[in-house]
Write a protein that binds this ligand. Sequence first.
Ligand code: NAD
Ligand code: WQD
Length: 338
Amino acid sequence: MRILLTGGAGYIGSHTCVELLMRGHDVVVIDNLSNSSQESLRRVQEITGRDVELHVGDLTSPSAAKEPFLAGQIDAVVHFAGLKAVGESVSNPLAYYQANLGSTLVLLETMAEFGVKKFVFSSSATVYGDPDTLPSKEDSPSGLNLSNPYGRTKAMIEQILADASQADPSLQIVVLRYFNPIGAHISGRIGEDPRQVPNNLLPFVSQVAIGIRKSVAVFGNAYPTPDGTGVRDYIHVMDLAEGHAAALEHLEPGIETYNLGTGRGASVLEIIAAFTRVSGREIPYEIVPARAGDIASSYADVTKAARRLNWVASRSLDVACRDAWAWQAANPTGFAQR
Ligand code: NAD
Ligand code: WQD
């Protein structure tokens, strides 16, 4: 297939590029490079020995969105592009609704114009809010009492996709709810490259390990979890990339939603211990008050993806931390050329 990856220069997109190219698909990317650089795609080409066609453009612009469709037949679209900083979405909600909803609407209209039916969307476990029961299943309550606009954009887009599917049953849509993506490609050539102080735990821990930051602030240790710190389902980004390939290969008319996680939770202290083990570095930390809007625990029920997509996450937490460390150690300032 010739597959369009929106936001394909970003963290999850670039790893998915590698996986799809290695499986023999052709990959086209549209990205405005607002949170990434072309260097990630140059390295994707270096890893795979294959070309990636890049269109630099903003998906909220209908004329820019058309470019990749005009350049050649697109068989399927994977929609990663969007803004993802939870705190920023609270202080600047309109930018988040504009970027995330706006880009999705333009993309769906452009697909309709060009007769493209296959669509995979990057959703998030954040749509489960603060779950009453765990593990979260695809049919668990979602979109309720969400604590931030970022999460609401994901829930709203899921609703928009359900409506679009009802109006055009020939659309083939898969919604993927990612749990917590971490790690990097085993080559250490691509990885997560936050532009500001990282909001997420793993990039923060790696920057402490490499010495860019002094210590990890552990957000609370009085949660109802085994060690009191927050528990999440951390999934290796290459397992996630394989999940996209599986979803693309199983598309059929209608809309289906899948959790992409490991099914296992790890606490903040377990993450720090694993990273210390694989990096051999000391990782100082201090307990600070809980972060507003955080929940105690989140992990996935992964039986649906295993049964229907024949996909399971196979890499361990230690492997994910090892690969994150290899990327960080070899690229202390990320994709420095940008
Ligand atoms: P990322 O920021 O690395 O990648 C997103 C890419 O989209 C970037 O390259 C950015 O430049 C591009 N982009 C943003 N707005 C655009 C626009 N209007 N037009 C064109 N390009 C645009 O983020 P990521 O971690 O790779 O996340 C990919 C997707 O997965 C996002 O939709 C995110 O919300 C979702 N997601 C991420 C996580 C996570 O923890 N990383 C978890 C759940 C869901
Ligand atoms: C993980 C755990 C924190 C940083 C967020 C978004 C979600 C998804 C992924 C992306 C929690 C603790 C964190 C730190 C800490 N979105 N922590 N110190 O909050 O599960 O999910 O990212 O696009 O929508 O909400 O991930 O990595 O921020 O936090 O103690 O410096 O680490 O409290 O328990 P989270 P995270």
